[in-house]
Design a binder for this molecule. Structure first.
Ligand code: ZN
Length: 305
């Protein structure tokens, strides 16, 4: 569950919740990303274990997808004096708490309202633990995401811009806004930083940068050549995420959620309008069952491994 370094700890919890990185510096403590709302009490408990009686001074978010900031509200309530820093792109949406612009409504995901106290400006640095971390813009998966780089130890917090095997769904592409080129240029930025330790948004800490970059670029090329493949993958990710959250539900319940959730209908309209929405849903479920990502017992769908 936890990967310990002398200055930081990664709390790794699969795909429903992003990794959280805990810093226990002499001056102040911090956490980068706070997981999904349904794990928030667990996030607080794990954080308290790591802080060993100290308070939390700083909450930092690489980006504001529901699986990266779903614990913010609980942590803000529990640690009254903690300051919260976010990337600048969505600051106005957080102030107005625009759940549509923040992606929670169109993805059909939840995130309790939180406030922010300051911004992570790309080009600037932030002290986490004992050392300054550079803030780099990392558009692609999310146009407003940042990644954090510590040059002394060459450690990168890569969020969902680079995983050991790939990168996160490129949401703008689902709306037919070009963003694959941004994914590519963010991979180039990461290559130039040349980290030797990478803490991804999901999955274990890894060290093989060139292998990860090569896998990510192969995947990106496949998507650029055939954006329908990316759209199909994204549609399955959204369904799988809901199954991860619910663990089990009736086929009817998931079908209703699917039809009522904007990103599903947008992807259907933009990429799969040749088949009916219901048929498309059935095809996606069949795919998830085939791969083992879901299991079926009578009318009940269960989350698979
Ligand atoms: Zn994300």
């Amino acid at each position: 569950l936890a990967f310990d370094n002398h200055s930081w700890t990664v709390l790794e919890r699969g795909w429903l919740s992003s990794n959280s990185i805990v810093f226990h510096g002499r001056e102040r403590t911090a956490v980068v990303d706070t997981g999904y709302v349904s794990h928030a009490p667990q996030t607080l408990m794990l954080l308290q274990e790591r802080l060993q009686g100290r308070t939390l001074d700083l909450i930092v978010n690489t980006h504001l997808h529901s699986d990266h900031c779903g614990g913010n509200a609980l942590l803000q309530t529990h640690f009254e004096h903690a300051q919260t820093l976010i990337a600048p792109g969505q600051a106005a949406h957080v102030s107005q708490w625009d759940e549509y612009a923040l992606s929670y409504t169109p993805t059909g995901q939840s995130c309790p309202q939180f406030r922010y106290d300051g911004l992570l400006q790309p080009g600037q640095e932030i002290i986490l633990g004992q050392t300054p971390w550079q803030i780099h813009a990392a558009p692609g998966h999310d146009p407003d995401s940042v990644v954090l780089f510590e040059p002394q130890s060459r450690t990168l917090i890569s969020a969902d811009a680079l995983w050991e095997n790939g990168f996160g769904v490129v949401f703008q592409e689902l709306e037919r806004d070009d963003a694959f080129a941004q994914v590519a240029s963010t991979l180039d930025v990461i290559e130039q930083l040349a980290p030797t330790t990478i803490i991804p948004g999901h999955g274990s800490v890894f060290h093989d940068l060139s292998g990860a970059l090569s896998r990510a670029r192969t995947r990106l090329d496949k998507f650029v050549q055939n954006p329908i493949k990316h759209a199909h993958y994204a549609a399955k990710v959204l369904l799988k995420y809901k199954l991860l959250e619910w663990q089990s539900c009736s086929v009817t319940q998931l079908r209703q959620w699917h039809a009522a959730t904007a990103y599903n209908t947008i992807v259907h309209r933009n990429f799969f309008s040749g088949i009916g929405l219901e048929q498309w849903f059935d095809d996606l479920i069949a795919d998830l069952l085939r791969s083992g990502a879901a299991r079926r017992e009578d009318d009940l769908l269960l989350n698979g491994d």
